[in-house]
Design a protein around this ligand. Structure first.
Ligand SMILES: [Fe+2]
Ligand SMILES: [Fe+2]
Length: 292
């Protein structure tokens, strides 16, 4: 194990990155389902695990504006690997951690289930493809990045931290919280400047958005780029940084979210059977090789 991946592991308290998503589900349980179905799905009554709290402590402490800018410089040159979309999905699936095989879906299964649920509801094909791609950015873990720089609810940096973000108390540990230029409501931004000008905490959303930018309709790109921005799409925070276009596009981010959280099906999807459909869909929109 390299020095870098050892450091990443030491700063990765979650047993698996799926633990973050489990906690999101605990915070945002599916509404309108019978209690029985809910119980079959997840145990919502369970308190947040200590590992999840520790994860957020680290995430909120180290995600500064400078860190985000440095990560963009480091990763958005997209010069690490060239692989087809399906190869990238299989590569992501090699992510091994201490997850519980009985409760945790593989990454590939989560992508296929999300996409299949969107397809079953009769949505346009680019929406289905967005579901298939949405977590591909987690390959950052395979590039040696620690959990807190790959997953977790995202939030704006360079302006005051929102108390609508989970565990806001941990932002007190963030050096930007003591920086007079960053700690005001607007910080380095202007009212209604538009989210494209705003730096969010770094993770798999911004990364996959950049990988497929230019190949999907804008609605799909918004879903990819902001799907972990729960404070905005679930809590209504940060509207003062959005422009009117962002606000309209966030309707699509909200439409996507239930498929990400609630599409767990009793029978895991069969990648072999589904492959021809997805190969054709990928070929319709994406280049033969993705630059990661
Ligand atoms: Fe995600
Ligand atoms: Fe997901």
């Amino acid at each position: 194990m390299s020095e870098e991946s050892r450091a990443a592991k030491e700063h990765s308290p979650l047993k698996s990155i799926g633990e973050w998503e489990e906690d999101v589900l605990r915070r945002y349980p599916e509404s309108g389902k019978t209690p029985k179905a809910k119980e079959e799905f997840r145990n919502y009554a369970a308190p947040p695990r200590a590992t999840v709290r520790e994860f957020y402590r680290i995430n909120h402490t180290y995600q500064t504006l400078e860190f985000v800018q440095q990560k963009k410089k480091q990763f958005l040159s997209l010069n690490r690997k060239n692989m087809s979309t399906w190869e990238a999905m299989e590569y992501l699936n090699t992510l091994v951690d201490d997850s519980d095989p009985d409760t945790d879906l593989s990454q590939l299964q989560h992508l296929l289930q999300t996409a299949e649920a969107i397809r079953a509801d009769g949505h346009p094909d680019w929406f289905v493809l967005t579901g298939l791609l949405h977590d591909l950015g987690k390959v950052l873990c395979l590039f040696g990045e620690p959990q807190w720089a790959v997953v977790g609810d995202t939030f704006a940096v360079g302006c005051a931290f929102s108390d609508k973000v989970v565990y806001p108390e941990y932002f007190q540990q963030n050096p930007d919280d003591r920086n007079p230029a960053y700690r005001t409501r607007l910080g380095v931004y202007e009212e209604g400047c538009g989210l494209d000008k705003v730096h969010l905490s770094w993770g798999h959303d911004e990364y996959i958005y950049n990988v497929v930018k230019g190949h999907l309709p804008e609605e799909g790109l918004y879903m990819l780029r902001y799907h972990s921005f729960y404070a905005a799409h679930r809590e209504g925070a940060y509207t003062y940084l959005m422009n009117e276009h962002d606000k309209r596009m966030f309707e699509w981010v909200r439409r996507f979210n239930p498929y990400d959280l609630y599409s767990k099906s009793p029978v895991p999807p069969d990648p072999v059977a589904l492959r021809p459909y997805y190969d054709a869909l990928i070929a319709k929109y994406l280049p033969a090789k993705l630059r990661l």
